[in-house]
Design a protein around this ligand. Sequence first.
Ligand code: GSH
Length: 210
Amino acid sequence: MITLFGESMWDSPWVLTVFVALKEKALDFEIRSLDLTLGEQSAPEYRDASLTGRVPAIEHDGFVLSESMAIVEYLEETFSPPEYPPLFPASLRDRGRARQLMAWLRTDLGALREARPTTSIFFSPVTTPLSQKAMAARNKLVDVAERVLPESGGSLFDYVTIADIDLTLALQRLIASGDPVPARLAEYAAEIWRRPSVQAFVAQDRPKMH
Ligand SMILES: N[C@@H](CCC(=O)N[C@@H](CS)C(=O)NCC(=O)O)C(=O)O
């Protein structure tokens, strides 16, 4: 049995990654949504079990793990291909590249994440123009995406992987608020966003006001 610990606003990009990973693997899981505004992540029971007191975390047969990258790696190795659908690409180098992109998207582009928080995707767009710093981050994201995505279209690697989900979420930060995104990237992001696993996250009930 697997439990996903998420958050009640349903706008965490890292919960999205794990939710989609579980869906793509077609695993049964239940969801426990913590209210971060009430500090439920810091309640002793959750903090002790998760170690870090952050979401996402999963519990699998009594084992609790937080940090989205660690979780998707754990899921890939526990529910491994070919029995279960893969989350990562097949070749060693492609897997390296996928992990590189995922690590990068978690640690860089801070100005863009601040200017275009995920509330702009799941609640309401931001109308303020991008600052110089946020624009520089936007340019870097677009440049990297253009270089790693095949010009002929399609996903990052031979099939859609969890790295495509993270890259798409980053591009959605721009798309949702009408910031300029090259057509090729917008089409890619729209296609990934239409996946049932992603749409299941988008369709979750959210409080009306943020
Ligand atoms: N590096 C972590 C980031 C997790 C994270 O930032 N979680 C936020 C929600 S998006 C959180 O739990 N915030 C509450 C807190 O830190 O107290 C991951 O990839 O899982």
